[in-house]
Design a protein around this ligand. Structure first.
Ligand SMILES: *Cc1c(COP(=O)(O)O)cnc(C)c1O
Length: 383
């Protein structure tokens, strides 16, 4: 939790206490405009123009809203291409969107699986699938970083391939935002969504965000599920019928901002701004490479049967996260690490996830944790 969260919340609590409903227009940060305060930082973090991003709703809500606008199947073109290991919420969203359009996921959902014996998808597999399904693909929906394996996907290339067959391209950046270097504007996907409570440290249930590429900023033909906060700001409080969308990403907002959650989000974003995302990324790359080196060293000494490194090792194919497996005793190792002060995460059946981040981890902590892993393997693993 950023140390500044309490003070940031205090400002809005005081404004509420002092001004009551008038806090929308008075106080230090009138709530009516509160979400704007997040925009400059989010545009830097995602490599987008300011009119392409907005802090609003939550990830899954935004995914649904943007699929309403960008997944527009026809008889000929009705396939959604995604990966088989996608986060359950994304799977539920995609399946229910297909059914909403009267389509059967069994026919229209193509999920890419790693090849037999592999843990991750290769670039060739993604390219071949996009070519194979070609002009039948309506939407390519991929993560920026796979949440289980930590694999970073080549978003520029996926966007290029998807667009080349006439498909819409969207990304789920839950594990990418605040982690890896993003250049959304330049790469040119049609849309992207994220949450703020992973690498962005903005607290439980913190507000999500969305990206809509500038080329769609003024497109009046896009269908959308609208709400008053997406309506033109200058006439929003005239409360007249007839939805007039804000220019760009802001037009997908629905409701007035959840200011308390956004205040915590801002506290974190300010730290990202002060540190500079480009500096954080240099430090992240060094920490991640060091962790990778330590894990490879452990694997070399203890053997592949003792520890399997799941995250791909190629340059650019991992961010902060390294995933590994110690077989069926993963939960045991997790508990051992936790008892000794290292907080990792376990995904059934066998994936351990470890993610040192530049804002609050140090190489010394990577050493401590890897020493613990090494020690545990020495003591408890069967050779
Ligand atoms: C964390 C995560 C989510 C969570 O969605 P919410 O709507 O914020 O609860 C969705 N997708 C992915 C890939 C995630 O990692």
């Amino acid at each position: 939790m950023p140390r500044t969260v309490r003070a940031m919340l205090e400002v809005e609590l005081n404004s509420w206490q002092e001004h009551a409903v008038e806090g929308h227009f008075r106080g230090q940060n009138p709530w009516m405009h509160y979400h704007h305060l997040c925009t400059p930082s989010l545009s830097k973090i995602t490599g987008a123009e300011e009119d392409e991003v907005v802090c609003t709703n939550s990830l899954t809500t935004n995914l649904h809203l943007l699929m309403v606008s960008f997944f527009r199947p026809t008889d000929q073109r009705n396939i959604i291409l995604m990966e088989s290991g996608a986060f359950p919420s994304d799977q539920y969203a995609v399946e229910t969107q297909l059914r909403f359009h009267g389509l059967n996921p069994a026919d229209c959902l193509v999920e890419l699986k790693p090849a037999a014996g592999r843990r991750t998808l290769s670039s060739e597999q993604i390219r071949d699938a996009i070519h194979q399904y070609g002009n039948r693909i309506a939407l390519v929906l991929m993560p920026g970083v796979q949440y289980q394996t930590g694999q970073v996907f080549d978003m520029a290339e996926i966007t290029r391939l998807g667009h080349a067959v006439g498909a819409v391209v969207g990304f789920d950046l839950a594990h990418a935002v605040g982690n890896i270097n993003l250049k959304l504007h330049e790469w040119g996907p049609d849309f992207a969504v994220w949450c703020s409570y992973k690498y962005l440290n903005s607290g439980p249930g913190g507000p999500g965000g969305l990206f809509v590429h500038q080329r769609h900023a003024q497109n009046p033909d896009l269908p959308r599920f609208a709400g008053w906060w997406g309506h033109d700001e200058s006439s929003r409080f005239e409360m007249q019928p007839g939805f007039k969308p804000m220019h760009g990403a802001a037009g997908w907002q629905l409701s007035n901002a959840p200011v308390m959650g956004m205040a915590a989000h801002r506290a974190s974003l300010e730290i990202f701004d002060r540190a500079g995302i480009e500096h954080l990324q240099v430090r992240a790359a060094a920490l991640s490479a060091y962790l990778r080196h330590r894990l490879e060293d452990i694997q070399q000494r203890r053997g592949r049967h003792a520890i399997e490194l799941i995250t791909p090792h190629e340059h650019g194919s991992y961010g902060c996260q390294q995933s590994f497996s110690v077989g069926h005793r993963g939960e045991e190792l997790l508990r051992y690490l936790q008892q000794n002060g290292a907080l990792l995460d376990f995904r059934r059946p066998d994936i351990l996830r470890m993610a040192p981040v530049p804002l609050y981890n140090q190489a010394r902590e990577i050493d401590l944790c890897c020493d613990l892993i090494d020690h545990w393997l020495e003591q408890y693993s069967c050779t």
